[in-house]
Write a protein that binds this ligand. Structure first.
Ligand SMILES: Nc1ncnc2c1ncn2[C@@H]1O[C@H](COP(=O)(O)OP(=O)(O)OP(=O)(O)O)[C@@H](O)[C@H]1O
Length: 637
């Protein structure tokens, strides 16, 4: 235990020794430190003084910086002002340039360019100098600060050193930042200046090119204006020359015009009197024409002998025609063939020997050699009568196959096409005498007692005639305006196929109806009313046949009876008209009833009796001649 206690005591003693040793060491350290602190403390007032001095210097530097900033600001203001004034003077310069368009523009621009460049260069130089000076000053300050800080660092404690260093570096950083900002400002200022210079340069270039192009345009416009003016002056000279020649000829023309006016006045006076004369002459011509027609007779009969060219003469009977000097009529002698059976044509003998002779007298006789043209010459005066205001009726009468249709409507030269051609020609002449005539037409047939339209819908729809001036019987028959010969040919061609025909002994396509082509000659009066002047009726009668010879039955017999009845009614009407009977039996047949206005009064009637010289047709020819002769020779009461 004692050893343990001893060991503990020894250990404690040892520890105590160690502690006292450590204590002494620490005490020594402390006294050393205190002496150190004391030393530093003695140095602090110096350092503080130095620091104060440094701060003073720093504040001086700051104030210097501020002054410099102010100076820079002022300089920038000055520069802006100057730039503004330069821009202003540049604007004035531009205005001057605009007004004068002078060549000096380029020189002035160059001059101002140089001036601007110089000013900018000067400013740049100044700024550079200031910048350099500032940088130098900053550098010296930096070095002095560095010196000071070195010294401080060397002399002062680490912490104080670091503090001071920090502070100084902060202030330096701040200054550096300021410097950078200032540099940036200077840079951006320089950039602005460069931009401004660029703008000014661009403006100069733009202005110069614009001015140049404007000048070129103006010069071009001036050039073209000058040439225009020159042209106009030339034209003016030419026009003046023309004007003077025109003035010369104007007087001449005026005189001529006056002369012409006088002549025209004279001519119009003469025209009026000529027109009056023409009117009087026309009336006189009408009167004479009508007198001539009346002298010839209002009802006349012509005879036409159909040619039988390819038939031997032994089959023909003799027909002789001659002029009668006494009453300007022509006579015809027809000789009966030998062995002729008066009741049957089929037994007529083929011999030239004759026995009995029959004599007839007519207004005109057309032998076998006559043409449609020659026939028309005789009847053309009747067409004129219809234009003069009379109603005219022309018939072709005769046995079937005797040439009635050929005479009346043969294409191109029949009475219908020729009459229409003549009418169209006369109307043209009348138009030149201020008489406007229009022709309207109807074309129909009377079959039995029925009226059929021969104008086909396919060729003409017809028109509504302005006034219902006409017979109600034929009001429903198409009325068309007649305008050309072509139209008439077309009408005739179509009507042939529409007409009622049948095979007979004498004609393969014998007409079993009476066809009537009626032309209305009209004019329009001052009240715009249509007036009827005259009518022309061209009637192709159905073939006459003696029942004893035709040997027809049934429907053909009925047709023949109707044809013969209407033909004898026509004969009766004409006979009564010629003998100036008080009663004219128009109503006895449809044919006479429809023609009542064109038969009688002062209307003109002409009948063609068509005959054949064939022995086989002798009886029919004789019968036709007797009928026609009766009409022609009736003595007026
Ligand atoms: N003058 C003439 N010259 C030449 N040919 C004629 C003449 N007259 C009639 N013919 C011819 O005779 C034939 C019968 O004539 P057309 O048809 O004119 O007779 P038509 O009297 O009208 O007969 P129908 O009463 O039966 O109709 C026709 O082929 C026609 O061309």
């Amino acid at each position: 235990m004692a050893s343990i206690i001893q060991t503990v005591t020894t250990n404690t003693k040892m520890q105590m020794d160690d502690i006292s040793k450590l204590k002494n060491d620490k005490m020594n350290d402390l006294s050393n430190l205190n002496s150190e602190i004391w030393k530093i403390q003695t140095k602090i007032p110096d350092i503080e003084l130095k620091l104060e001095k440094l701060n003073l210097k720093l504040s001086n530097v700051k104030s210097n910086f501020q002054i410099l900033e102010c100076k820079i600001k002022n300089l920038s203001f000055i520069k802006t002002d100057k730039l503004n004034s330069i821009n202003k003077s540049f604007e004035t310069f531009k205005k001057n340039l605009n007004t004068s368009f002078d060549e000096k523009v380029t020189k002035l621009a160059q001059f101002y360019d140089e001036k601007v460049t110089n000013i900018i260069n000067e400013k740049n130089d100044k700024f550079k100098k200031i910048e350099d000076e500032l940088l130098k000053e900053i550098e010296t300050l930096q070095s002095s600060i560095n010196d000071y800080s070195d010294k401080i660092l060397n002399e002062s404690k680490e912490t104080i050193k670091s503090d001071i260093k920090l502070e100084i570096s902060k202030s330096i950083e701040k200054h550096k930042e300021n410097m950078i900002k200032m540099n940036d400002n200077i840079l951006s200022f320089n950039n602005d200046i460069v931009k401004l210079e660029k703008n000014i340069e661009d403006l100069n270039v733009k202005y110069n090119t614009e001015t140049k192009t404007k000048l070129q345009d103006v010069e071009k416009a001036l050039e073209s204006l000058n040439s225009d003016i020159q042209n106009l002056q030339d034209e003016e000279i030419e026009l003046n020359y023309k004007l003077s020649t025109l003035n010369d000829s104007k007087e001449e023309e005026c005189n001529k015009l006056l002369k012409l006016q006088e002549e025209t006045r004279q001519l119009s006076k003469e025209t009026i009197s000529y027109n009056l004369m023409i009117k009087e002459e026309e009336q006189y011509r009408r009167f004479l024409h009508n007198q001539l027609q009346e002298m010839k007779g209002n009802i006349r009969v012509f005879c036409r002998i159909k040619p039988e060219k390819n038939i031997d003469n032994t089959f023909k009977h003799e027909i002789q025609s001659m002029m009668e000097t006494s009453d300007l009529k022509e006579s015809l002698v027809i000789s009966e063939p030998e062995n002729h059976n008066p009741n049957n044509r089929l037994t007529a003998s083929p011999t030239k020997k004759t026995n009995k002779q029959f004599s007839f007298s007519f207004d005109k006789i057309f032998d076998e050699s006559s043409t449609n043209g020659e026939i028309f010459e005789e009847i053309s005066q009747l067409v004129q009568s219809s234009l003069d205001g009379f109603n005219v009726c022309i018939f072709t009468y005769g046995q079937t196959g005797s040439g009635k249709t050929y005479t009346m409507s043969n294409l191109n030269d029949g009475l219908i096409p020729r009459s229409m051609k003549l009418m169209f020609e006369r109307i043209k002449i009348l138009k030149s005498l201020n008489k406007d005539y229009q022709l309207y037409g109807q074309f129909f047939e009377i079959y039995g007692e029925k009226i059929n339209d021969l104008i086909d819908d396919s060729i003409n729809k017809g028109i509504e005639f302005p006034n219902k001036l006409f017979d109600s019987e034929i009001n429903n028959i198409k009325m068309i305006k007649l305008e050309s010969t072509n139209q008439i040919d077309e009408l005739l061609e179509h009507s042939t196929s529409k007409r009622s025909t049948a095979f007979t002994m004498a004609n393969d396509a014998s007409s079993r109806s009476h066809s009537i082509f009626r032309v209305y000659i009209t004019t329009i009066n001052e009240n715009n009313e249509t007036l009827l002047i005259g009518t022309l009726n061209l009637v192709d009668l159905a073939g006459s046949e003696r029942l004893s010879q035709s040997q027809v039955t049934g429907i053909r017999l009925k047709e023949t009876l109707a044809i013969n009845k209407s033909l004898s009614s026509l004969g009766d009407v004409i006979l009564n008209l010629k003998s100036k009977s008080s009663h004219i039996p128009y109503r006895n047949s449809k044919l006479t009833y429809i023609l009542k206005d064109s038969l009688g009064g002062d209307s003109k009637t002409l009948m063609f009796v068509n005959i054949s010289c064939l022995n086989s047709h002798f009886n029919e020819s004789l019968s036709s001649l007797r009928f026609a002769s009766k009409v022609n020779n009736t003595v007026l009461k």
